[in-house]
Design a protein around this ligand. Structure first.
Ligand code: GLY
Length: 362
């Protein structure tokens, strides 16, 4: 079973990736841990609760249900869960197991980060997006009315348990949305992963178990390596935001209602392929190859009424914008990116328009 280590200045923890890995979860619970709290949603519990019960067999645990949805990923939900924990006898020795998609992982991680000033969390992600990105690296948080993830904390988990078998019940649209984050990993760091995704799209989309395990493992390996080098996103970790700046603008512009996060990232990556070419970071052939690979993973929903101008206007309020400077991650070639904060607004506008036109024509 591939196990990757994340090693930050203060923590070291394993990320296990293998079919059936959930059943190894209890082995990561410290012997002195007190009460266990599984934070999940009813949907995840209906699908996978029996497996979690089996994984925790012989141990007492409480299940805390979060209603789910971006609109409920709010401080009020964290407070509600914390109150429930107190009522159920939680103390500083308690441990949270975040069992669900990215929203559950972020919110459950944040709950653990601030409950009694911090208790441990184990991340057990159930969606592809959470498995290849959100659950690894310690970013936790909640949304404000003003924007997504604007409050939060870095709180590294004790362990991350990634079981690709859990993806069998994932709606196809959600699975595809997660695949865009895998493509991102190939573009920023691993040419063979990109080639695999580009060449074997039909096998990936058919969820062939060996292929799925392989692409998740490589994405996780990259994430573990990048987070270990730069936990707090002072430098290298920015490369994980490839396609995200424009993607976040699109999510906000469509009120988080039209696209899944991975789909917005796919749009952002298409715009960034154009931007990389227009800014002279990469050549035409590479930009086209990247956009063809993204297109092979399906159409995005129509973006009626979205304009390039409106998206570009939102970039200044992205939380990754520092002192007014938007840091763009541009592709130099497949497997290598560069961070640039001097990209001309006109080029960004042009690249975004091209991506919108392509989408409208698809
Ligand atoms: N999702 C990007 C990061 O964890 O840094």
């Amino acid at each position: 079973m591939p196990t990757f280590a994340v090693e930050t200045p203060r923590e070291r923890y394993p990320v296990e990736v293998s079919r059936g890995a959930l059943l190894s979860l209890a082995g990561h619970i410290p012997p002195k841990a007190g009460k266990l709290f599984v934070v999940t949603t009813r949907d995840v519990w209906n699908l996978h609760g029996a497996l979690m019960r089996q994984a925790l067999e012989g141990r007492a645990f409480e299940t805390l249900f979060f209603p789910g949805g971006e609109e409920r990923k709010r401080m009020a939900s964290v407070e509600e869960l914390a109150e429930q924990m107190i009522a159920l006898g939680a103390d500083r020795s308690s441990l949270v197991i975040a069992f669900g998609g990215g929203i559950v992982g972020d919110l459950g991680g944040f709950l653990a980060a601030i409950f009694m000033r911090g208790i441990p969390v184990i991340q057990a992600p159930t969606t592809l997006l959470a498995q290849v990105d959100a659950a690894v690296g310690g970013k936790t948080g909640a949304n404000l009315v003003s924007g997504k993830n604007l409050i939060g904390s870095f709180h590294q988990p004790l362990a991350v348990i990634i079981d690709p078998d859990l993806l069998a019940t994932l709606p196809p649209r959600e699975y595809r949305a997660g695949l865009f984050e895998v493509l991102k990993c190939g573009i920023i760091r691993t040419p063979w992963l990109f080639e695999r995704m580009a060449r074997d799209a039909s096998r990936v989309l058919a969820m062939e178990p060996d292929v799925v395990e392989e692409i998740i493992a490589e994405s996780v390996r990259i994430k573990a390596e990048v987070v270990s080098a730069d936990e707090k996103e002072g430098g290298l970790r920015r490369i994980l935001n490839y396609g995200h700046t424009i993607g976040h603008a699109l999510e906000a512009e469509t009120q988080y209602k039209v696209l899944l996060h991975g789909e917005a990232v796919a749009f952002g990556m298409r715009a960034i392929s154009h931007l990389s070419r227009l800014a002279g970071a990469c050549g035409e052939a590479e930009a086209s190859r990247m956009n063809e690979a993204i297109a092979a993973y399906g159409k995005l929903p129509p973006l009626t009424g979205v304009t390039a101008g409106a998206l570009v206007a939102r970039l200044g309020s992205d939380k990754k914008t520092i002192q007014g400077k938007v840091h763009f991650v541009l592709a130099e070639r497949i497997g290598s990116v560069v961070v640039r904060s001097d990209v001309d607004d006109e080029l960004v506008l042009h690249a975004t328009s091209l991506a919108l036109e392509e989408l409208a024509a698809a």
